[in-house]
Design a binder for this molecule. Structure first.
Ligand SMILES: [Ca+2]
Ligand SMILES: [Ca+2]
Length: 286
């Protein structure tokens, strides 16, 4: 009797007609992968539909919850940008044809996190991976990123599977290579250094406090490593002396040259040895 009642309830629920204004998770078409580029030219798109597959004709809030992706770095969004941040969630509005579009300006990758996508608070799909052409999270697509993608070739690493077919191949490399040089519009001169074996990498990034930079140089020389805000104002000088070839670690306390804690936001670091120079972004979170 109980199972018959359960079956009846199930049939009633499953055959219930679409309610007005309610998006259907099962009938909506959602991109299978989230792919980002710091230039914002790779768009995550969903077409929200009613249960009868007619596009959802309401303007409503669409939300990607990326709170499980601390290694994902977002570029600033223009005041009239197509999406907004609210902490680690990203919002846009669906249009009257049911389209939700997120041209995310972001770098860094995220693997294995639950990334729910909601429309008007209703769960439409849960994704798990963000792949980015900017693999190392400095908000620029450079040769260093292509080298990382190359190193994933032949694997099922979805953080570099840009055609979403489950394997990293030359096609994925070529898709990323088409974005070479793309970087966040707010950042000037970002790069990975003029040659392999030269550069600086901060960790953690984003940081809530102290940061360790690993710096590499193939040649000895006078080295500087300094932090700046996006207006070019120097926050701190971390290194200014002769160094030997190879890699070394340089710590930063997380405070500026006056002992103050910088505000949360985007900063950049510059590492030089002689005429060689590398820059990158450091995200300070609070
Ligand atoms: Ca990069
Ligand atoms: Ca692939």
């Amino acid at each position: 009797m109980r199972s018959a009642l359960f079956a009846l309830v199930t049939i009633v629920l499953c055959s219930a007609p679409a309610l007005g204004g309610v998006p259907s998770a099962t009938e909506s078409d959602v991109d299978p992968c989230i792919i980002t580029c710091p230039a914002g030219d790779s768009v995550f798109t969903a077409i929200i539909r009613h249960a009868d597959r007619v596009p959802w004709d309401h303007v409503g809030d669409a939300e990607l919850d990326l709170c499980g992706c601390p290694n994902l770095h977002f570029g600033p969004v223009a005041a009239n940008g197509p999406y907004t941040f609210n902490g680690c969630t990203v919002h846009t509005m669906t249009d009257v044809d049911g389209n939700a579009r997120f041209p995310l300006s972001a770098g860094g990758v995220c693997s294995g996190a639950a990334i729910p996508f909601y429309v008007e608070g209703q769960l439409i799909r849960t994704l798990s991976v963000v792949a980015s052409f900017d693999q190392n999270g400095d908000l620029a697509v450079t040769a260093a990123d292509l080298a990382i993608i190359q190193s994933k070739a032949g694997t099922a690493d979805r953080t570099a599977d840009f055609d979403c077919d489950g394997i990293v191949t030359s096609n994925d490399y070529n898709i990323a290579a088409a974005h070479l040089g793309h970087h966040d519009a707010s950042v000037v001169g970002i790069g990975d250094g003029p040659e392999a074996g030269f550069g600086a990498r901060p960790a953690p990034n984003p940081s809530h406090g102290p940061v360790d930079f690993v710096i590499r140089t193939p040649a000895r020389g006078r080295a500087t490593l300094a932090l700046f805000d996006l207006t070019g104002r120097r926050l701190a000088t971390l290194l200014d002396r002769e160094i030997e070839p190879g890699a070394m670690r340089v710590g930063w306390s997380g405070r500026d040259q006056y002992g103050r804690t910088p505000a949360a936001g985007l900063y950049f670091y510059r590492f030089t040895v002689g005429a060689q120079r590398a820059q990158g972004l450091l995200v300070i979170a609070r």
